[in-house]
Design a protein around this ligand. Structure first.
Ligand code: FAD
Length: 336
């Protein structure tokens, strides 16, 4: 009665937001620039944090201009970091709401929401004899988490970035090279051009014998998957994508968000999550690439297309859709 309409926990949140039993949060304790457009964010997780496995990612909820937005970021700190803090490393992308906010505006002391770490882009229990890390741009982040966590006798990395100064963690990578803990090939795409996957024969002649972890843009990962399959060694390739591979787009339609009372026209290629957010509708979201199911929403009427497969889902009682990988397929009504 004393605290109505707030709950006692709302007051506790003010004095002890990271306490055990509270919703999981983290406090940004530092922001370290890495390159011109990337920064490492040091986060002190709340008491409920259960730790992570190298290579996993964490979903974070950040308030940007008064709107809570959720995004996934790979954890770049080792699992045994003594001070209990974790780091993520974010590359600002053009027009990116959360990435630009974190890289350019996030301040120490800011509270963010956290989920537990998750993801299966991880190292196996039994150490492989030879490892290859194939990365590009911000795709280096989960691999840096692995490099900082686990040493192997024979590790080769091929990393692509436009120019030397764009290589995130460059000086740390070169320290590992100097200590003979890593063999590194940097491909500077502004001068060398995009990596032709067939060049691996020359850069890493025994690539097919190596257990490989690859992370980067869709073009690189699609080429790698095709190359490994062609040589019959696809089970040695592990990939992590930061965006869904969108293969099918169709006709769009008029989308109604009936709970909010808003109707907009949408094309057949834009995920309904983006359509809703653009229209000012409060949309739940998660990984934004169809893996976490944090965005599922009832489809009240009409039909939607799964952008990864082209499959059409029609409204029926109880039908839920993943708005981050579904686009309008004609007029539809989304219960938000
Ligand atoms: C498992 C996982 C791990 C990830 N780890 C990292 C990480 O360690 N570091 C990191 O920087 N990012 C990482 N990401 C990507 C991150 O979650 C965001 O997608 C990214 O920061 C862009 O968010 P934004 O709000 O800035 O862009 P938005 O405002 O959502 O999008 C702005 C524009 O950029 C496009 N876009 C969205 N995402 C990308 C992208 N990744 N690349 C290019 N264009 C994009 C959109 O289509 C839109 O046109 C990861 C994603 C996943 C799924």
């Amino acid at each position: 009665m004393v605290t109505t309409p707030l709950l006692p926990s709302d007051y506790l949140d003010l004095v002890s937001p990271l306490r055990a039993g509270a919703d999981l949060r983290g406090r940004i304790e530092a922001v370290h620039p890495e390159t011109g457009d990337a920064a490492t964010i040091v986060i002190r997780p709340g008491r409920g944090w259960r730790g992570h496995t190298a290579g996993q990612y964490v979903r974070i909820g950040v308030d940007v201009d008064g709107v809570r937005l959720w995004r996934a970021y790979s954890i770049t700190s080792p699992t045994d970091r003594q001070d209990g803090r974790v780091t993520i490393t974010v590359k600002a992308i053009p027009d990116g709401k959360v990435s630009n906010h974190l890289v350019r505006r996030a301040k120490p002391g800011t509270l963010i929401q956290l989920d537990q770490a998750t993801g299966d882009f991880v190292l196996p229990q039994a150490k492989p004899a030879k490892v290859l890390y194939l990365t590009a741009g911000s795709g280096i982040t989960p691999v840096m988490g692995m490099l900082r966590d686990t040493e192997f006798d024979d590790v080769v990395m091929v990393h692509c970035a436009p120019q030397p100064q764009d290589v995130i963690f460059r000086s740390e990578l070169h320290d590992l090279v100097a200590d003979k803990k890593l063999r590194l090939t940097e491909v500077h795409t502004d001068t060398d051009g995009m990596l032709d996957i067939a060049r691996l024969d020359e850069l890493v002649p025994d690539w097919a014998e190596r257990e490989t972890w690859a992370c980067g843009p869709a073009g690189l990962l699609d080429a790698a998957e095709e190359h490994w399959s062609k040589h019959g060694v696809q089970e040695r390739l592990h990939t992590e994508r930061f965006r869904p591979s969108i293969v099918v787009a169709g006709d769009g339609g008029e989308v109604t968000f009936s709970a909010t009372g808003r109707t907009v026209d949408a094309d057949g290629a834009t995920p309904l999550l983006d359509v809703g957010e653009e229209a000012g509708v409060l949309m739940p979201s998660g990984c934004r690439m169809g893996i976490c199911f944090g965005c599922i929403t009832p489809l009240k009427a009409g039909a939607v297309r799964d952008l990864r497969t082209g499959e059409i889902t029609e409204a029926e009682p109880g039908v839920l859709i993943q708005t981050c990988v579904s686009a309008a397929a004609g007029a539809c009504d989304i219960e938000r």
